[in-house]
Each structure stands twice: as C-alpha cells, then as structure tokens.
Design a protein around this ligand. Structure first.
Ligand code: ATP
Ligand code: MG
Length: 632
C-alpha cells in the first residue's frame, strides 16, 4: 500500500482527507454544495501526482462546463505548478472531440464522411441553416427548425449513429423527423461536421466498435475522476464505462440535490448506481459547508427541504455572518436590472470605479472591498440577459457573459463575427454583410484568432497543441462555409438577418470570456454550477420563470427547478440578492408576474425585504455602447 506524506493534504479537513487518501479502487464522494468536493478532487490528484509519483497525464478528470474545467485547471496549476497543466482536465464534450479527432479514419468509416478536413463543430446557427437547406428551404428562421433540432438532438442522444439503430419495439420518430434526420446527418457528415450531441455519442460508438482503440485509451488512464456526476447522461455514462481504468480507479463526485440537467437527458439514477457498477466502491460523505454564510446555507436548505432525500442531506455552516439575504421587488424588468447595477456600484465603491486601477478599491461609502469579478448575476433564461446587459453597458461597468451552452462555434463563424465588428457601421446591414464577406476573402487563409475556441481543451500538451494548430488557419473550406452561411441570409434583409448578427455578436462575448478578468459575470443558473462568487444576484425569481413554464400547456418541472434555485443560492459566499419584477417581457408580451413560490420557503428572519424605489427611471442618453447594441 502507498503511504501518504503530509504536505499537500494539510489543506483538507479529516473527511476530505479520508477521501483524498483513497488512492486505489473506486470512490464515490457524496456531499452538498460548498463542502469541498471539487477541492478534494483536485487535492487527491495533486496527492497522486506529487506524493505517489503517478504521471499527471494518467489522471483524466472530466467535468461538464467549460468554466468548471477552467476552474479545475486553475486549481491544479496552483497545487502542482507546471505538472498541473499536464493533467488532462476537460469537459465531456472536449474529451469526445479529442477521441474523434484522434481517429478520423474510424469516424469516416462509421458515418461515411469524406474526412478531407479535420472535424469541426457546427454551432447553433450553422445547424439551423444546414437543416433548413436540407429541408429545401433557405430560411433558418422557419418556425419548425428549432423544434426539429431539439427533437433531433433528443433522438441522437438515444441513438447516436442513426435511426436505423433504434430498437424497433420502442417509440419511433415521426416521418417528418425521420426525413429531417436523414437530410441533416448527411449534411453534417459531408462537411466533416459534428454537433454537440455527436461528440460524446460518436466517441462512445467508436470506442465500443473498436476494442483495441478502447484499450489503448483505457491504458492511458490510471485514475478517472468525474465531477458533478449527478448530471451524467446515458452517453456520458457509457463513455465513463468504456474508459474506466482496468483496476476500477474511478472517482465520482456529486450531489443529487444539484441535478439540473434531466431536461437534457441526464439521469441521477447513474449516480445511485455507482456502487452497483463498482461493488467495492468506497463512499465518503462531506458535511461542512466552507463556502457560504450560515444565513445563506440555512435559506438554501429551506428551499431544498421539500425535495425528496434518501436521508442523505446534511449541511453544516462554518461561516458566521449576521447579514440577511436581500429580497428585492422591482416594478419592471428594467428597474430590476438597474437595481442590480446600482447595488454593484455601491459595493464596489460608487463612481470611483472608473479611476480604479486594481482589484481593490478603498472608498468611504462602501463597507468592504469587493471587486467586479466577485459579483455574478444569475438568471434562468438567456432572454433575461438583454436587460442586464444594457444596464451594465450604460453604467460603463466591465461585465462578461457566457451562455449555458458553452458553445463551440466553428472558426469560420467566429471569424465572420470578428470581421463584422470591423465593418463600417453606418452602412445598411446588407452592405455591412457584403463588406464583411469581402474582407473575409481578402484575409484568407491564415488569419484567425479562433484557435483557442476549442471548448475545454487544455492549451498545453503536445497532442492538444497540434489539434489547435490544425484549427487555427482560415481555410478555403472555412470561407466556403462562411459564404454558405451568409449568402442565403444576405438575400433576406430584415429581422432574420438582424437577429442572426445579434447572435453572432453575442458569441464574441462568449468567446471573450476570461475567468481572470475583473468583470461582473452574467450567466445562466445552469452555467453557474460548481462556481462560487462573493456576491450573487439571482434575478427573475418569479412564478413561471423560476420555476420556468416553457409553454402554456406544459407544467413546469418544479422538482428540477427547485434544485436549480438551490444551485443558484449556494453559489453565494457572502451576499445573496434574490430579486423579482412585477412586470416582465415574455415572448414579446409584457406580463404581470407573481413572486416565485420558492421564495415562500425561506423564513422571514433570514430576509431583508426591499420594496421598489418610488422614483421614475431617467431617460437614457444614447451612449456609444448603446448604439453598438442596436446595430449588432
Ligand atoms: P459545489 O457542490 O458547489 O460544486 P463543492 O463541494 O465542489 O461545491 P468546493 O468548490 O470544492 O465545493 O469548495 C467550496 C469552497 O470552500 C471553496 O472556496 C473551497 O476552497 C473552500 N473549502 C473547501 N474545503 C475547505 C477546507 N477544508 N478548508 C478551507 N476551505 C475549504
Ligand atoms: Mg464542485
């Protein structure tokens, strides 16, 4: 047996340490938010590498979101120095892509694509466009498209290779869908494209169909760790099974109360099955919350209390602070956004932030030293981001936004977006588009800043470096794709086009996300999991939005929405603001709202209720920021 020297594990409490000291065999860590699960995971790897001499490359670590993967790598860098970068820590998507890229000939054999270009990922617009064209229609604005794409994606998760592989006795897709499937998958394969659903699904098929390849991948890994295991879906589960090291060294970490992806096929049942899958698995429970104040922990526990538990829920606060949670009511969505902005300004130190040159500001009228990066604004739907984004842009405060999709757009699409930004803005949209296309043609091939766009792939390591290198230059194929993307749209000048450009514009923001930048983070609740911020605003706490009612005839999935609310609350370390607006724009209509039923679960003693301010919002001067927003 291996003996642990003290060193690296001194930063852990006894329970965490017990988990990190399980250096062989399967391990399940089950614990609530902020109990140090991720910390234990990274320390365990650091221990394996530094104390027991295991190669960093052999410690494959998987998580779900790009931001979480960045966070893991950052923590590993701190613990391990240069060795940290050698640990393959990435998202499921990035791992899938890595496997597919390593075996282009096998991918081609599986689905018959020409394999002339390295595999690239089709983003949302591109998927819509390909499907529209495949259906003989130029218009990605077709109302059927989003619905079809969603169904395609759901079927794909069940049967990655094709509908013919579906078991004949189960439910079958409609004829319309079968036609769409055929056309869409052919279009993807012809262009050497995969979509996000393919990444894991195809990788699984590839590994299962090629045992020798699977064994080679398996042999590279000494220990396989998966964070947020409660959100694993069937394909990801199969990937874990396919890659599980021979000695069963799999470390799964999770919290069933934070399962929030069942709408996308995740199944917490896989979590509970771990001990059957790996019968000699050790189970470690962590109980102390090191993240949030007692008030926040207590309020979060009150919200999650009605959720069924198998006697597993236990969360003890360790951080005392008397401050209550602010519950803010606003008359409108816009007033809510202004409340957020004003509060952040006050926390950071009023108007002094403009002259600020570092993270810490000392001003008289604020009570502590928050910086922009300490603050996150969390919301349920992307649509809510617009009001926030405008309010932040008007205030001049630095902010950044990332969507829950963690999209990987094709380099061409990103290049177009960048070029669009540089095109002269006074021209009508159609002219801008032409100018952008012309510019794009001049620049090819070679100039592209998109190489870093690859989701979750570490920028270090020889294998990745070469993947990035093949990704970097703008090729003729990219240009063709760009033209293909833009030409049909250029024919339809109007709202569609405007929306398309707007989306491209926001993807630049996605791409420009920098975890170290001193900016306020705007992100969806789904994207926030695993993260923590000193100050958290949870906006739009309204019935119908949280829990979200997607359509009039569909009831919200209250149980999952409750867990989502719980995830949001438990991101906060020191300050939590829950906010709702009496009036909100939903699907183009202003609707009157009622507060979220989840708010009623929190006892009054923990809340500081704030009514709307009486004053009217001032008319806004047109700032350059605002002009850009309307153009893009
Ligand atoms: P989540 O369920 O939200 O992913 P988690 O269980 O992964 O949460 P971590 O993010 O690992 O929790 O830890 C939460 C915070 O508590 C981090 O800031 C971490 O550094 C801190 N923390 C965890 N354990 C300890 C400890 N033993 N001593 C001091 N700080 C700790
Ligand atoms: Mg975590």
């Amino acid at each position: 047996p291996l003996v642990a020297p003290a060193g690296i594990l001194t930063g852990l409490d006894p329970d965490q340490r017990a988990a990190a000291e399980v250096t062989e065999g399967p391990l399940l860590i089950l614990a609530g938010p902020g109990t140090g699960k991720t910390r234990t995971l990274t320390h365990r790897i650091a221990h394996l590498v530094q104390d027991l001499g295991i190669a960093p490359e052999a410690c494959l670590t998987i998580t779900f979101t790009r931001r979480a993967a960045e966070e893991l790598r950052e923590r590993l860098d701190i613990l391990l120095g240069p060795d940290g970068a050698r640990v393959p820590a990435m998202t499921f998507h990035a791992l899938g892509l890595r496997i597919l890229r390593a075996h282009p000939e096998l991918v081609s054999a599986l689905r018959g694509d020409p394999s002339e270009h390295p595999l690239a990922i089709a983003g949302d617009q591109e998927r819509a466009l390909l499907l529209a064209r495949a259906l003989g229609d130029d218009s990605p604005g077709d109302r059927r498209i989003p619905r079809l794409l969603q169904s395609l994606s759901a079927w794909k998760r069940r049967s990655p290779l094709g509908l013919s592989a579906l078991p004949p006795d189960g439910p079958q897709p409609s004829e319309e869908l079968a036609r769409a499937w055929q056309a869409y998958t052919t279009a993807l394969a012809q262009r050497s494209l995969v979509d996000l659903d393919d990444l894991v699904g195809l990788a699984v098929v590839l590994l299962e169909a090629n045992p020798e390849v699977r064994e080679a991948w398996r042999a590279r890994t000494r220990t396989l760790s998966i964070d947020e295991y409660q959100d694993i879906d069937a394909q990801q589960y199969r990937l874990v099974q396919a890659l599980a090291p021979a000695r069963g060294d799999v470390c799964a970490i999770g919290d069933p109360d934070q399962a929030i992806y069942s709408f996308r096929g995740a199944d917490v049942g896989f979590f509970f099955r771990f001990q059957q899958d790996f019968p000699d698995a050790k189970l470690v429970r962590l109980r102390k919350n090191y993240r949030s104040t007692r008030t926040i922990v207590d309020a979060a526990l009150q919200v999650i209390a009605p959720s069924p538990t198998l006697g597993l829920r236990e969360l003890l606060a360790t951080f005392e602070d008397a401050r209550r949670i602010t519950l803010q009511e606003s008359p409108t969505e816009r007033a809510e956004a202004e409340f957020v902005v004003h509060t952040v300004e006050r926390l950071i130190g009023g108007s002094t932030f403009f002259s600020m040159d570092s993270r810490r500001v000392a001003a008289d009228d604020h009570d502590t030293d928050f910086s922009f990066s300490d603050v996150a604004v969390l919301y349920r739907t992307e649509a809510q981001a617009d009001a926030l984004r405008e309010a932040f842009a008007r205030s001049g405060m630095p902010f950044q936004r990332r969507s829950h999709r963690g999209i990987v757009e094709r380099p061409a699409a990103e290049a177009i977006a960048r070029v669009m930004r540089r095109a002269p803005t006074e021209e009508p949209v159609l002219e801008q588009l032409r100018a952008a296309l012309a510019l794009l043609r001049q620049q090819a091939p070679g100039e592209s800043e998109a190489s870093e766009a690859l989701e979750g792939t570490p920028s270090q390591g020889p294998e990745t470096a070469s993947a990035a290198a093949t990704e970097a230059p703008l090729t003729q194929a990219d240009l063709d794709t760009a033209a293909e993307l833009l030409t049909p749209l250029a024919r339809r000048c109007g709202e569609d086009l405007r929306r398309f450009l707007l989306e491209l514009g926001s993807e630049i923001e996605v791409d420009a996300w920098d975890p170290r930048a001193d900016r306020v983070s705007l992100l969806t609740l789904h994207a926030s999991k695993g993260l923590e911020f000193r100050v958290v605003f949870l906006v739009g706490c309204e019935d119908g939005l949280l829990p979200l009612r997607i359509s009039r005839d569909e009831d919200p999935d209250v149980a999952e929405e409750r867990r989502l609310f719980y995830v949001g609350m438990t991101r906060a370390r020191e300050r939590l603001y829950l906010s709702w607006a009496r009036e909100r724009l939903r699907r183009g209509q202003v609707v009157q709202t009622a507060p979220s039923p989840f708010l009623r679960e929190v006892e009054d003693a923990l809340l500081d209720r704030q009514q709307p301010e009486a004053r009217k919002p001032k008319p806004e001067p047109a700032t350059p920021d605002k002009r850009q927003l309307t153009l893009f």
